[in-house]
Design a protein around this ligand. Sequence first.
Ligand code: SF4
Ligand code: SF4
Length: 347
Amino acid sequence: MVSAMPAMRGLVKSAAGAARFRLTGRRVPLAVTLVLTHRCNTSCGPCGVPLQPRGELEAAEWLELIDQLARLGTTRLVITGGEPLLRPDLAAIVARCAEHGMWTVLETSGHDLPDRIGELGGLGRVMIPLHGPRAVHDAMVEPGAFDRGVAAVEAARSAGIRVGTVTLLARSTLSSVDWVLDFAEQHGAEAAFQLVAMRGWVASRGARREVADDDELRRALRGLLEARMAGRPVAMSEKLLRSMLSWPDLAVPFSDVDHEDLRCMAGQTFCTVGADGVVSGCLPQSSGTMNVRDHGFDAAFAGLRDGSCRSCTDTACAEANFLYNLNTPVVLELARAGLRSRLRGEA
Ligand code: SF4
Ligand code: SF4
């Protein structure tokens, strides 16, 4: 899962919430990821999510949870899966988030998006996987996936919704990084990149085969940093790219020591609610045991304990950790991005 930078209003609320947490130490779910389903109509090679079916909360339970999160001060929601578009109630869920003024991101393979985009007003951003040109992307996902993904990008843009692409930095995709940035520029999108998860529930058994050599990964990260500095649409902060470059071993994305302001804030200012309602600190380390159906969100969130890691290179988690640790360069970068969006009339 790769979430996105919040719009200006969301950023101000996020920073205020983080400052409050600093002062009071009171846990607040400022950002929440909702995994609506593990079902998926796509089969990306390194992904293990659809291989682990789970029960799913009913629409009314998600709506009630969203109301509760709004009361608790949640400002950012990421709706993900599996494939969230497989839920017929997705439009109602997105609409409820919009009613509460939450900055809402939808992560989707995009395959049914052109037909459903009209139902999804109120989204802040859509994130769509894009691993390279047709041959590269289809080899990673499945035949026909590239054309469906591009159609989804165009449908979202036509509907006036901001678009982000998500590219795995994998053995078979590293040579496509520049191509992805060209595509993002041509389609008014921003491109995020993510290391392959090799363990945990989000990884398939075959994920390790896609892990690139450390040297090759560092070359790609240096290229992304240069592209970012040159103003290309890299949806990763300079701070994150530099942190990844100084990470001791990119094949081990989780660490049990604090890395300066990458200190883990999962379970303190953000969390994940699984398809079956289990509340965990974050998506890669879904280790919670209490669920919203039996215990209620408050108790499940309060019951979260420190995870097995203290810092990580997962793109979404690391950016959230920088933001909620109030890392100054990251907050300033986000503010500049938010202002640019405002000037373009996007948020
Ligand atoms: S990465 Fe997303 S789209 Fe691909 S199989 Fe996994 S859940 Fe489905
Ligand atoms: S450091 Fe925190 S946010 Fe990152 S994977 Fe570990 S528990 Fe999740």
